[in-house]
Write a protein that binds this ligand. Structure first.
Ligand code: AHR
Length: 503
């Protein structure tokens, strides 16, 4: 029996819904086909946005969406994506397959999409090939309500009211595709560019994000924070101009030269993948420790704005489109990471899985008019119960499972929270390929009055296809009982479980 201790008396922080955020780039079939089909399409749509996709994402409670990239952001010139569609400039998408980008999805379309989804907006600006003026005018175009050249242009293009821009990032991966910059150089650029990301709406300040590190690049974090906090203590204190620092970390079973297959993998690759995904916690700890020295009050969020699995593309698909299937292994990756983000909610204020539709660890795949929800989708849907809750102190007994020493992992991970109505939510993942686990969750000092539970489970590479769309889905879980402060259940191997307890 594995003991899972939850202490409702100790609240550890607020779980920002944005921890369950998403990312949509002009990459492959994410935006075009996956989300936006245009108003003249035979696929049912509202103002060009696929009705089926929007409905599914709303049901999943998508909290925030990042756009337009990724690497694409640093070659995107926003003015090419406004005005009459037939006059919009065409460009080459150099990062992703060299295809023609016709700019038919631009700022107005992104804001329309977020309004249909009812989610927050996160726009990524162009530092790599854009000017300060271009960035500054984009923000003015989106958010200025009064009379100005950019707000007038927005009105001319059919949108009177300013939009709410929740998050704005000054570049993307500026250490790589966003300009191959040194941390010293980018730190100066960040200080410079963000100065002109003006807050026109005093009631709704834009959260400004600096490009942070990848993986364990602690030197980047240290240099950036040092340079941004230099001459601190007055109006130019970095607290005044940085609300978040981004972190990118992808889970690859192998490495960048051979990533590994999305389906048909073996048992060793299952554990390799889960071992790699658990590094996320090490990286969050490492970067948080540096941030704690500069920002002990934790005013600056760590925004994990790209994460997820990255496999070899599906055979026969464009290598630049990053299209991959999504299995129970991905469900575990999602559940493990969302538990990690919950546990670090004092520092992690946003996270955006890559990417929303048809790219990398997508929650949705489409083929023409068909749409399927992936195992990752169902995990996000279950975990939405944690959004806006208070994290509870919790811990669980585990044992190591795996195949070789190098790829041993704990068999269980968990997190626990309490919602506004007082219900307690537990999410538990079983990483073992073949062993179920009997668990006793003890809710200290509480008397459990009722439980409901739901689960995503299956064989290690179980997945949904367009012919068999319901192979993996959320199922009711009834192998559970409760008495006094205890809940007992047997969690099957390869599964992600959500328990809601009334106390
Ligand atoms: O998500 C795919 C790519 O991965 C993004 O464009 C880039 O930021 C990262 O390297």
């Amino acid at each position: 029996m594995y003991r899972h201790i939850v202490n409702p008396g100790i609240k550890k922080g607020h779980i920002n819904p944005e921890i369950q955020g998403h990312f949509s780039e002009h990459l492959g079939r994410c935006i075009y086909e996956g989300i936006y089909v245009g108003e003249d399409s035979n696929i049912p749509n509202v103002k060009g946005m696929r009705t089926d996709v929007v409905k599914a994402l709303k049901e999943m409670k998508i909290p925030v969406l990042r756009w337009p990239g990724g690497c694409f952001a640093d070659e995107y010139h926003w003015m090419d994506g406004i005005g009459d569609k037939k006059d919009r400039k065409k460009m080459i998408n150099t990062n992703w397959g060299g295809v023609v980008e016709d700019n038919s999805f631009g700022t107005h379309e992104f804001m329309e999409l977020c309004s249909q989804l009812g989610c927050k907006t996160y726009v990524n600006g162009n530092v790599g090939s854009g000017t300060v003026r271009e960035m500054s005018e984009w923000v003015e175009y989106m958010t200025f309500e009064g009379v100005s050249p950019m707000s007038e242009l927005r009105r001319k293009n059919g949108h009177d009211e300013a939009w709410i821009l929740d998050y704005f990032a000054v570049g993307n991966e500026t250490w790589g595709c966003g300009g191959n910059m040194s941390p010293e150089y980018y730190s100066d650029l960040y200080r410079h560019y963000q100065t002109f990301v003006k807050n026109y709406n005093p009631d709704k300040k834009i959260k400004r994000l600096a490009v942070g590190p990848s993986d364990k690049d602690y030197a980047w974090t240290e240099t950036l924070l040092k340079k941004c906090f230099e001459r601190a203590g007055s109006w130019n204190n970095a607290h005044g101009f940085m609300d978040g620092l981004t972190l990118h970390y992808y889970t690859l079973p192998y490495d960048w030269s051979k990533k590994g297959a999305a389906t048909g993998f073996n048992e060793k690759e299952w554990y390799m993948t889960l071992r790699k995904t658990l590094y996320m916690e090490d990286y969050i700890n490492g970067h948080s420790a540096i941030m704690d020295r500069y920002d002990p009050e934790k005013q600056i969020g760590l925004m994990v704005d790209e994460w997820g699995t990255w496999y070899d593309v599906e055979e026969g698909t464009n290598p630049g489109f990053l299209y991959q299937q999504n299995t129970i292994r991905d469900a575990l990756v999602a559940g493990i990471n969302l538990n990690i983000f919950n546990k670090h909610c004092d520092r992690v204020k946003m996270a955006n899985i890559a990417q929303l539709v048809n790219v990398l660890q997508a929650v949705i795949l489409t083929e023409g008019e068909k749409m399927i929800k992936t195992p990752t989708y169902y995990v996000f849907k279950m975990y939405s119960a944690h959004q806006d809750n208070e994290l509870l102190e919790s811990m669980i007994d585990t044992k190591k499972v795996g195949i070789e020493d190098e790829y041993m992992v704990p068999n269980l991970t968990e997190s626990a929270s309490v919602d506004m109505g007082g219900k307690i939510h537990l999410t538990i993942t079983n990483l073992s390929l073949d062993e179920e686990a009997m668990v006793e969750s003890v809710l200290l000092g509480e008397s459990v009055k009722g439980v409901t539970a739901e689960i995503v489970k299956g064989k290690m590479d179980a997945h949904n296809t367009f012919d068999n769309p319901d192979e993996v889905k959320i199922e009711k879980f009834s192998n559970i009982s409760f008495k006094n402060d205890k809940i007992r259940y047997t969690i099957p191997p390869c599964s992600v479980l959500h328990i809601e307890a009334e106390v």
